[in-house]
Design a protein around this ligand. Structure first.
Ligand SMILES: Cc1cc2nc3c(=O)[nH]c(=O)nc-3n(C[C@H](O)[C@H](O)[C@H](O)COP(=O)(O)OP(=O)(O)OC[C@H]3O[C@@H](n4cnc5c(N)ncnc54)[C@H](O)[C@@H]3O)c2cc1C
Length: 312
């Protein structure tokens, strides 16, 4: 089921990578090494996370500026938890100044390890933030329209137990002016296909980009479990991990194979885009590209041409 909307990021499917702002000089140099390695694949965009509450505010902006200057369209994340309207406007100004033309609008989660006063927050939900960004861009008289993305949760968000209501909240973000959905990472493609069908049934016709994270180690799996509330780990993947018996190389191979198969199936089902959660590393993503048979460069036009040839 293809999206009815034209390509937001140049090509459908889009291919994108997510990074987090490094906190140390070593982390920064590892990130730039990764960006350079992945750059040859001409990603549709890369996105840079934002520490809810402003912990990484300046870091996100400066990483965005550096990557943007290297010629890759960059999508900074922005969360409304812990911010006033003026702070959000200042951050948006910084992003636009750094060259960003798109933003991922999120609620964020309340900080766990420092005091937090929700009464100070301008907004409670990501839909409020989308509305704010649209009105900010109008008042500011931006000469372009920002592309706004929002988060989607194929397996449900833990704060809302009612899946029907949750879809209404998702729709509210799009009604406020969001242009695309990027999903939480998932390992079960059926959950994604079901979610995409539910979106289309509700009249949500924006691109839905699938979030994929290859498991490369037990520690990355633990980190995933922490970050991705709501995501199920299929028994097939867990059993394969157990069979590896702690052998690091085998665990990495299993994770890469699993994600490669997932991506292959998503591409066959005409996914709008694939977004790789890289944890600032390139190796697994490079291997997945190779497994998909697209090791030189990702030539979407050629793939479309071939796929049309098969269809005719
Ligand atoms: C692709 C992606 C990238 C992310 N990047 C970051 C990041 O950079 N930094 C970070 O801190 N976090 C990030 N997160 C995590 C995200 O901030 C959390 O998962 C957060 O809990 C939900 O954010 P949201 O934008 O979906 O919020 P919302 O859309 O506001 O939804 C949050 C919860 O509130 C419910 N809800 C929404 N509207 C209403 C309403 N009107 N009334 C009642 N309930 C409502 C929803 O159903 C949901 O359960 C990311 C998540 C994803 C999927």
């Amino acid at each position: 089921m293809m999206s009815a909307k034209p390509a937001l990021f140049g090509h459908v499917p889009s291919f994108s990578f997510e990074f987090f702002p490094p906190k140390t000089p070593e982390g920064a140099s590892a990130l730039y090494d990764t960006v350079m390695k992945l750059r040859v694949f001409r990603p549709s965009f890369v996105s840079v996370t934002y520490g809810a509450g402003g912990g990484s505010r300046e870091l996100t902006r400066s990483v965005v500026q550096d990557i943007q200057e290297s010629g890759i369209p960059t999508v900074p994340h922005l969360t409304c938890v812990g911010h006033t309207e003026q702070e959000l406007a200042d951050i948006l100004e910084g992003y636009v100044h750094a060259g960003a033309r798109a933003v991922l609008a999120l609620r964020g989660d309340p900080p766990r390890n420092r005091p937090y006063d929700p009464g100070r927050d301008a907004f409670r939900h990501a839909s409020d933030l989308v509305r704010f960004i649209r009105s900010w861009e109008e008042q500011r008289g931006l000469p372009f329209r920002l592309i706004i993305g929002v988060a989607g949760f194929p397996e449900g968000h833990p704060d809302t137990r009612n899946r029907i209501r949750e879809m209404d909240y998702l729709k509210a973000k799009l009604d406020e002016g969001a242009d695309y959905i990027c999903t939480q990472l998932f390992f079960d493609n059926h959950a994604f296909f079901d979610y995409r069908d539910r979106c289309r049934l509700l009249g949500i016709d924006v691109p839905i980009i699938a979030g994929i994270m290859p498991v490369t180690s037990i520690s990355s799996m633990n980190r995933m479990a922490e970050l991705s509330a709501g995501t199920n780990f299929p028994a097939r993947l867990l059993k394969a991990m157990l069979r590896a018996g702690g052998d690091k190389a085998s665990i990495e191979r299993i994770g890469i194979n699993y994600a490669s198969n997932q991506c292959g199936e998503l591409l066959d089902a005409e996914v709008d885009g694939i977004h790789f959660y890289t944890l600032n590393r390139s190796r697994a993503t490079l291997e997945i590209y190779r497994n998909l048979g697209i090791n030189n460069y990702f030539d979407v036009d050629r793939i479309h041409m071939l796929s049309n040839l098969y269809k005719s």
